[in-house]
Ligand binder design. Structure first.
Ligand code: SAM
Length: 365
């Protein structure tokens, strides 16, 4: 079978990006974990095998998928993680991983050699006590050591910091300084009311614009990421780049979603917020005899889940923009384009678009 065209959903959003839970097991127990939107009460015995990942990769690449995010559970629990990266990166795709980093030392530097392009390291507190309260694990020191190890092996780092009202607001400045020391980026992530977070959302949710307000005195420039969630990228006065991941009620975010999620027991989810049944892949594989039939079965499953994709938050007519007003002079936004990227308007639109595309155009995950 030859290459097929990229899939678009009925809102014109391309599917370029798979987020793969390679395991459901985790050595931390973060009280707000969204479990990647997959809420099975019992862990499946059989996690995605290397053969399944290989078939998934071939099917997805035929549909134009170019970026993979490895997640979990905690992916570093898997002993064959390096092989997973090798398989996904074998066609030059952009492969990254989100991890709590506590076991990262077991896999470095092989992960880098296998083609891993960057890691997102979850780090939501910089004091031992707060770290333990949030994650249930007394492993802050180990995580900090492993962050430096990753830096020393030349692995680009993004720090994922979920902002939690009353718990870690005071660490925002500290994490920015740590990022400067490590040459890392920071993602400030708005708490999302999914999974375990639903119960404690009101107590700990800090809206993304409050984070922007806190950072405002240090912002030198704001750009927007082309290709994923229209995320604002802030350049701070110490040279650190900060991405604001603010999904809650954010139609700009959903307008540029390019993802589908794969669960550790090989089901497909169209969105973190999906409440329906996932699309199961294994029953289809069981009916396929040859390798080609298996790849075709996964292509069909991907088509099926793509048909279920739609923005969780849709564009409400006449709604005010949620980006900071005072930047409108340089980054005025129109409705997102059909491919989900931003359309800049106003006198500097072309310049802004060129700059954004130059900087972020080839950067997909
Ligand atoms: N164990 C890995 C880790 O800690 O990065 C991967 C799985 S974890 C579910 C993936 C990312 O989702 C982490 O950065 C985590 O902090 C973030 N996350 C989990 N629950 C969240 C929530 N309710 N709202 C926002 N982000 C969340």
């Amino acid at each position: 079978m030859g290459w097929l065209a990229t899939l678009f959903d009925r809102y014109g959003r391309p599917l370029t990006n798979l987020r793969i839970m390679v395991t459901g097991r985790c050595n931390f127990s973060c009280f707000f974990c969204h479990m990647e939107g997959y809420h099975e009460s019992r862990l499946a015995k059989e996690e995605l095998s290397l053969e399944e990942i290989d078939i998934l990769h071939e099917a997805a690449s035929r549909l134009g998928v170019k970026a993979y995010k490895i997640t979990g559970g905690e992916p570093t629990i898997r002993g064959d993680l390096t092989r997973i990266v090798e398989i996904l990166a074998s066609d030059g795709s952009y492969v990254s991983m989100t991890t709590n980093a506590s076991l990262l030392h077991r896999h470095l530097p092989r992960l880098v050699e296998a083609g891993l392009r960057h890691i997102n390291v979850s780090l939501h507190a910089l004091s031992r006590e707060a770290f333990r309260r949030i994650t249930g694990a007394d492993m802050l020191d180990r995580v900090l050591v492993n962050l430096r190890l990753a830096r020393d092996y030349g692995l680009p780092i993004k720090i994922n910091f979920v902002v939690l009202k009353g718990l870690n607001e005071n660490d925002i400045e500290k994490v920015i300084e740590l990022a400067a020391e490590l040459g890392a980026m920071v993602q400030f992530i708005e708490l999302h009311p999914v999974g375990k977070a639903a119960k404690r959302f009101r107590e700990h949710h800090l809206p993304r614009w409050r984070v922007l307000e806190k950072l405002d005195p240090r912002i030198v420039e704001i750009k927007y990421r082309v290709g994923l969630h229209n995320r604002p990228i802030l350049l701070l006065d110490n040279g650190v780049r900060v991405e604001i991941v603010g999904p809650v009620g954010n139609y700009l975010f959903c307008a540029a979603c390019t993802r589908v999620r794969v669960t550790y027991d090989f089901k497909l989810l169209p969105c973190l917020n999906w409440r329906g049944a996932p699309v199961p892949v294994r029953p289809r594989l069981a009916k396929a005899a040859t390798r080609e039939e298996k790849v075709s079965a996964v292509v069909e499953a991907l088509r099926e889940v793509n048909a279920l994709r739609e923005p969780y938050v849709k564009f409400p007519l006449k709604a005010p923009f949620t980006i900071p007003r005072r930047r409108w002079g340089t980054a005025r936004l129109g409705l997102p384009k059909r491919d989900g990227s931003l359309r800049f308007t106003g006198p500097r639109a072309r310049l802004h678009e060129e700059l954004a595309a130059k900087e972020w155009g080839g950067y997909l995950a």
